[in-house]
Write a protein that binds this ligand. Structure first.
Ligand code: PHE
Length: 445
């Protein structure tokens, strides 16, 4: 059977953008930035996106397009008989880990959406939003039910295939998402007291750069929010053919994706400050703090409905790209049908989701890393370690395994004035920076 393909180049761009923009921009960015000092973190994150993220996005997509295969298969095909294919496993493993917890958080969002639609969250429940969130997430099966629903949506889209499933929903949802986020950002900025939030987000407090952990956090966030290092972009690139030129498309995806990240910050932080809430309240910021804020806003209930709807569609356009990574891989090696593979992989991820969900209830005492619960530990390993490792190996592959001509040709950079710069970044600058940040996080330097 012929390999599936995107219908149009725009379809690919929207799908890649859909993969990038998700819980990473809204839920993860807000607490990672909140915990790491705001403005200085934002600048560091944007610097990493420009210096490492966008060049690696081009690298990742170009490997997939050249090889026309999945994360593992691409390395096998381009470097037969070498161990390079092992780097593809970082991607497959991180897809299971990240979608495992991502589906739990997305499931919470569906629950919140539902509570807003029924009007129950329009006003604070008697016990308070914090207690309601705590009780809900600690329950043995209530959150699992919503996780299952989110996984079912994700599986349903991926069952439709590249064209009729993934491309279709991205063309539908990405424009809607853009409009919703921009409207919400204007609304948030118009609140009295919003200035403090904008200041927190945009005015760097340089002293926070003295904290060594901010660098790994910003690197992890740059990878997570651009969907880099997992092979999602590689797999999406493998559904492109040679006539679609990559540099402009990947630059566009990088820039628009990052703007979405900044706009999401503009939605959240002014509102957080306008209502005098500590920005460093952690992963629960979106689920406890924001409902409290919506309640005090004019038309807050409606804002709640729209906001959680936006989170759900943003999550779905990302989760399908994560499910596609192992699905494409298993379909090839076992020659299984798309139907069977998607359901099997999706169901396995759901089982991981159950474990993550129980980490908020009966298993809340389990703290694999430091005092982080199961979700935070998996996020730490996958986002701060596996994704940058995956990105590092792709950079090394294109920078050192390919000749310069092959690298430039794979990325359509042969005639570009930026070709030389891009190549140096991929060969030296990005790998050195990633390695330095790892060493620094390990306390070696
Ligand atoms: N970029 C997605 C987000 O921000 C998450 C993601 C990571 C998707 C890695 C695919 C691969 O929500």
């Amino acid at each position: 059977m012929a390999r599936e393909k995107w219908g149009t180049k725009l379809g690919f761009m929207l799908a890649a953008l859909g993969s990038a923009v998700g819980l990473g921009n809204i839920w993860r960015f807000s607490f990672v930035a909140g915990n790491n000092g705001g403005g200085a973190f934002l600048l560091l994150y944007i610097a990493f996106i420009i210096v490492i993220g966008v060049p690696l996005l081009l690298t990742e997509v170009s490997i997939g397009r050249k090889a026309q295969s999945d994360v593992v298969g691409s390395f096998k095909k381009l470097a037969p008989g070498t161990p390079w294919f092992l780097s593809g496993f970082f991607g497959v493993i991180s897809a299971f880990l990240i979608l495992g917890f991502y589906s739990v958080v997305a499931g919470w969002s569906i629950y919140y959406f539902w509570k807003y639609v029924t009007g129950e969250f329009f006003t604070q429940p008697a016990a308070g939003y914090a207690a309601v969130f705590g009780d809900f997430t600690a329950h043995a099966w209530h959150p699992v039910f919503w996780t299952a629903m989110f996984m079912a949506f994700t599986i349903f889209v991926v069952l439709g295939g590249v064209n009729k499933g993934i491309e279709f929903i991205n063309k539908l949802f990405m424009p809607i998402l853009a409009i919703i986020l921009i409207v919400l950002a204007f609304y948030s900025v118009s609140l009295d007291g919003a200035a403090a939030g904008l200041k927190f987000l945009f005015y760097p407090d340089w002293s926070s750069l003295r904290d060594p952990s901010i660098y790994l956090a910003a690197l992890g966030q740059a990878f997570f929010s651009l969907s880099l290092g997992m092979g999602a972009m590689l797999t999406y690139g493998s559904y492109l053919s040679g006539e679609n030129k990559l540099p402009g498309a990947t630059l566009g995806i990088g820039l628009v994706g990052t703007s979405f990240a900044v706009i999401s910050g503009v939605v959240i932080f002014p509102a957080v400050f306008a209502f005098g809430i500590d920005p460093a309240s952690g992963p629960k910021l979106v689920f406890i703090t924001l409902p409290g804020i919506f309640e005090q806003m004019p038309f807050g209930g409606i804002i709640g409905i729209v906001f959680f709807f936006a989170i759900i569609i943003a999550s779905l356009t990302s989760s399908v790209s994560m499910l596609e990574v192992p699905t494409a891989y298993f379909m090839r090696i076992f020659k299984w049908s798309r139907q069977f593979t998607t359901i099997l992989v999706g169901a396995t991820m759901f089982v991981i989701g159950i474990v993550v969900s129980l980490g908020f209830g009966v298993w809340s005492g389990i703290t694999p890393i430091g005092n982080n619960n199961i979700l935070d530990s998996m996020d730490y390993v996958a986002s701060n370690i596996l994704l940058p490792m995956g990105g590092l190996s792709m950079a090394l592959f294109v920078g050192w395994y390919f000749t310069k001509e092959q690298a430039l040709q794979a990325a359509d950079m042969t005639d570009s004035v930026f070709g030389g710069v891009w190549y140096k970044v991929v060969k030296y600058i990005a790998p050195v920076m990633i390695i330095l940040i790892f060493c620094q996080a390990l306390g070696i330097i």
